[in-house]
Design a binder for this molecule. Structure first.
Ligand code: UDX
Ligand code: ADP
Length: 473
């Protein structure tokens, strides 16, 4: 087969599908890219006249969308037509952890993958290359293949029956949110796993429009799927490792920033991913480790399962530990205290809150009776309401569990007893701390869980300061 790929469909217009297809379409002006989704509202937002209203905030994304939307990049709910037209289909749907049934709390729920595969089986015409893009448990390609191979031949004009054919390959996405456009334009590597050489070559040809050949790694299908889980597990493990050390620093007087810099300058360790934090969030790390744990248990590798599970244990411990420190600093009770939370997204430069440490820490503080004022430069009140599973309420002396949303940072901190910095937004680095502290109720505290402000910045100001991993009083 020598045809070139001219028409691509991506099923799923989320945090992975949207930015990935935007960059692919930008780099391949001769390919028509249709991004489709079941979610009517999400697609409406992708097609917003005002490009700043697209559903995903990602630096650089709005600019690409405004440049090429409706030229060779299209967003629609027209799944059937887009599949019919496509030579190649990316499956980029959500794969959250199962909440019930076999493998509950560990295995991924593949119902969205399965339903996309069924749509492809039903509507595809001729030969179609299907690429798994979503993070999936190892051997998901088998499930997709089984569904596709049981599709019925299509019937053109009620005359001739044509055989539908498919080849399934894996090409997991390694983009990190907040940095997605840079990662997609200049990835460390792209991975393609599969057996069908022709399909692999076609996908390579697409990537080669902007990615040097030597960065395109070809493996077997299962290596590709497992590599994605392993990469995320290793990254998460680094964060749990440094977070465990942050607790030791607080006890011993060592400073976590100095320890990170010292170990990171060993070229075998490297400087990246050594920032201590309130715990990793995001849709991938926890889910992928749980998948790995499930896989280990399935194959009877219990010690390996425990090893990876402990990465999550440390992550939960870090969130609980920080909540407890805040309560302890107020002599065991924060009932009625006004606490301003700075940052709700799971990291800076994204509006994504999935698995954000802010959710657990906010809930812990609310359970302890605090009145929270939540600020985030990009996360909406509606999203926070969804994550905390309770509506905001006006501060009221008769209510215990309450929170409000505040866009104005000066109002958020007015008469606050404490500020807890949870997300490393640049916006929080350059605040007028003198003015902020002046408006707080004394004795007041700043808890910095992201190493955002230095002791020197707050020198001579009337504030108690606790910074993660620093043992400062
Ligand atoms: C991650 C992987 O990096 C990416 O390759 C994969 O495709 C998806 O999962 P993402 O979750 O978007 O990407 O963000 P990432 O930058 O990896 O951060 C994940 C979490 O780790 C965030 O909560 C972040 O704050 C935290 N983190 C990161 C730290 O606590 N310390 C660090 O040094 C780095
Ligand atoms: P990710 O971070 O993996 O991109 P998201 O939840 O942001 O995950 O996006 C996944 C998208 O996939 C959602 O918008 C969801 O509506 C869409 N989706 C799930 N199943 C299907 C399907 N069968 N057909 C079309 N879109 C789907």
């Amino acid at each position: 087969m020598t045809y070139m790929i001219e028409n691509i469909c991506c099923i799923g217009a989320g945090y992975v599908g949207g930015p990935t297809m935007a960059v692919l379409a930008e780099k391949c002006p001769n390919i028509k890219v249709n991004v489709v989704d079941l979610d009517i509202n999400r697609i409406k937002l992708w097609n917003s006249k005002n490009v700043n209203e697209i559903p995903i905030f990602e630096p650089g994304l709005a600019e690409i969308v405004s440049k090429i939307r409706d030229k060779n990049l299209f967003f629609s709910n027209n799944i059937e037509e887009s599949i019919k037209e496509a030579d190649l289909i990316f499956i980029s749907v959500n794969t959250p952890t199962k909440i019930k049934g076999l493998g509950a709390n560990y295995a991924s729920d593949l119902k969205w993958i399965e339903s996309s595969a069924r749509q492809v089986a039903k509507f595809a015409i001729g030969h179609t290359i299907v690429v798994e893009k979503s993070t999936v448990p190892v051997r998901t390609a088998e499930l997709i293949k089984t569904i596709l191979n049981s599709s019925e031949d299509f019937n053109l004009n009620n005359k001739n029956k044509y055989k539908k054919t498919f080849s399934v390959i894996s090409s997991p996405e390694f983009l990190a949110e907040g940095n997605a456009i840079k990662d997609l334009r200049n990835p460390d590597r792209v991975l393609i796993g599969g057996e069908d050489k022709d399909s692999i070559d076609k996908l390579c040809n697409i990537y080669e429009n902007w990615i040097p050949k030597e960065k395109i790694l070809v493996t077997n299908l299962w290596s590709s799927e497992l590599s994605k889980l392993t990469a995320n597990a290793f990254l998460a493990q680094r964060i749990s490792s440094i977070n465990s050390i942050s607790a030791i620093c607080e006890k011993t007087g060592a400073e976590i920033g100095e320890v990170s810099a010292a170990i990171g300058s060993d070229s075998r360790i490297g400087p990246k991913f050594l920032s201590s934090s309130p715990g990793f969030g995001g849709s991938c790390f926890k889910k992928d480790i749980l998948n790995l744990v499930y896989l280990c248990r399935y194959y009877g590798l219990d010690v390996a399962a425990e090893y990876w599970e402990n990465v999550i244990r440390i992550n939960n411990w870090q969130k609980d530990r920080i909540s407890k420190i805040i309560v302890d600093k107020f002599f065991g009770t924060i009932t009625g205290k006004k606490i301003a939370l700075f940052g709700f997204s799971f990291k800076a430069n994204t509006n994504d809150t999935r698995e954000s440490a802010s959710i657990d820490i906010a809930n812990n503080l609310i359970d302890n009776g605090a009145k929270l004022v939540i600020h985030d430069p990009r996360v909406s009140q509606k999203q926070i309401e969804f994550d905390l599973k309770q509506s905001p309420s006006i501060f009221d002396q008769f209510q215990e569990s309450i929170w409000v949303y505040e866009e104005d940072i000066m109002k958020a901190v007015k008469l606050a007893d404490a500020i807890v910095i949870l997300t490393e937004w640049d916006y929080y680095r350059n605040l007028n701390w003198k003015l902020i502290i002046k408006g707080m109720r004394k004795p007041s505290w700043i808890f910095d869980t992201r190493g955002l402000i230095s002791k020197e910045t707050l020198k001579d100001l009337e504030i108690n300061f606790w910074s993660l991993g620093n043992g400062c009083k």
